[in-house]
Design a protein around this ligand. Structure first.
Ligand code: 5GP
Ligand code: MG
Length: 179
């Protein structure tokens, strides 16, 4: 087991580069089959999903677009507290087959808040692709259509995922040793 230090925390190898590549190949194959007669629009959610999204997109063999969006938090009405919205979705998504690419679904709050806005713009279909899902942490009824790995409720970094901005360039996925 290889250990790495990111800022003040220690992490240990959890998912290898080979395992990540194998899952990406398998998901890309499914997308290539399902969307062979569509012109989907990939939506990569920055920052965490940028590496994952680029590898998935690079393996897509049919006409497709990609758009990069960011989740921004804002304060809604007094009672609802912080809400999330998507910024950067500048192309029309009405009637489009959307493939949303995320790095990780933790509580599901992000998607739970984003999906109604996306649905409201009447896309033809929505598929969620998430590299990682933490089933034990899920608090909202969000289900990814394509999942790289289901992982326990422990903090991970690497392959795009950060700890306070660092660790995104680690080629493998690392799990925290102790919180
Ligand atoms: P959710 O809204 O599903 O609770 O949270 C999703 C977001 O939380 C992810 O997009 C990611 O930014 C962050 N997150 C949740 N768990 C982890 C983790 O283990 N590692 C990292 N780096 N980010 C996480
Ligand atoms: Mg994310």
């Amino acid at each position: 087991m290889k250990q790495v230090q990111v800022l003040d925390k220690t992490f240990t190898t959890y998912i290898t580069k080979v395992e990540i590549s194998e899952r990406i190949n398998a998901i890309a194959k499914e997308l290539n089959e399902r969307y062979s007669h569509k012109k989907p629009m990939f939506i990569a959610v920055l920052n965490g999903a940028f590496l994952f999204a680029s590898e998935i997109f690079a393996q897509f063999e049919h006409p497709a677009e990609i758009s990069f969006v960011k989740v921004a938090s804002y304060h809604g009405t007094e009672s609802s507290g912080e809400l999330k919205t998507l910024i950067g979705l500048n192309s029309a998504i009405h009637g489009r087959d959307l493939i949303i690419i995320e790095d990780i679904i933790d509580t599901g709050k992000t998607f739970h808040e984003l999906l109604p806005n996306i649905h409201a713009q009447n896309p033809a279909s929505i598929a969620i692709v998430s590299l990682l899902v933490k089933p034990e942490a899920l608090k909202y009824p969000v289900k990814a259509d394509y999942v790289g790995f289901e992982i326990p409720n422990k903090f991970v970094v690497g392959y795009g995922l950060d700890y306070d901005g660092y660790g995104r360039n680690l080629p493998e996925i690392y799990q925290i040793v102790s919180e």
